[in-house]
Design a protein around this ligand. Structure first.
Ligand code: 4NP
Length: 166
């Protein structure tokens, strides 16, 4: 019997730029190695304004230029996600604080480890993924570079034993 998949939730503010891009990049890395069955991958926003929407058109275009598809529809994170996922990966300090605020002080300990995604960065990355929403087109490519590096580090840290790349 195959082991339980590792469940990952990427989180940003709106769930239309950074976290859907991280989700799509991670899925792309899994697809390259046939590792999809080993993971469940999702994304969410701390805000609800864009619920139901696809990823921002500018982010989808920048990702498609790299051959990366962004399949997500925005949704807002909820307290139950802390128990549904093994890892919650946040993009900036605000997201980190918002996710931590969902932990009920006298309630159950979260199943999920809550970690800034860029802690897995391997190129001396900054600690926050900048929000590209109000910036110019270069911002989207910069975000994709940061996310690609960190997602590779994340996969290296979480890959099932016996699946090391040759
Ligand atoms: P995200 O970017 O958190 O990376 O999805 C944003 C998208 C929308 C807004 C802010 C950030 N907004 O204010 O609508």
């Amino acid at each position: 019997m195959s082991p339980e998949p590792t469940r990952l939730l990427f989180v940003c503010l709106g769930n239309i730029c950074r976290s859907p891009a991280a989700e799509g990049i991670f899925l792309h890395l899994l697809g390259r190695e046939g590792l999809e069955p080993a993971f469940v991958v999702d994304s969410a926003g701390t805000g609800s304004w864009h619920a139901g929407q696809p990823a921002d058109r500018r982010m989808r275009s920048a990702a498609e230029r790299r051959g990366i598809h962004l399949p997500s529809r925005a949704r807002q994170i909820e307290a139950a996600d802390l128990q549904r996922f093994d890892h919650i990966l946040t993009m900036d300090e605000d997201n980190l604080a918002a996710v931590r605020a969902l932990v009920i002080p006298q309630g159950p300990q979260p199943q999920a480890r809550i970690t800034p995604l860029l802690q897995y960065g391997r190129r001396g990355s900054p600690l926050e993924v900048p929000d590209p929403y109000y910036g110019g087109p270069d911002g989207f490519d910069h975000v994709l570079d940061l996310l690609d590096d960190a997602c590779q580090g994340l996969l290296a840290a979480l890959r099932p034993s016996g699946s090391e790349r040759r």
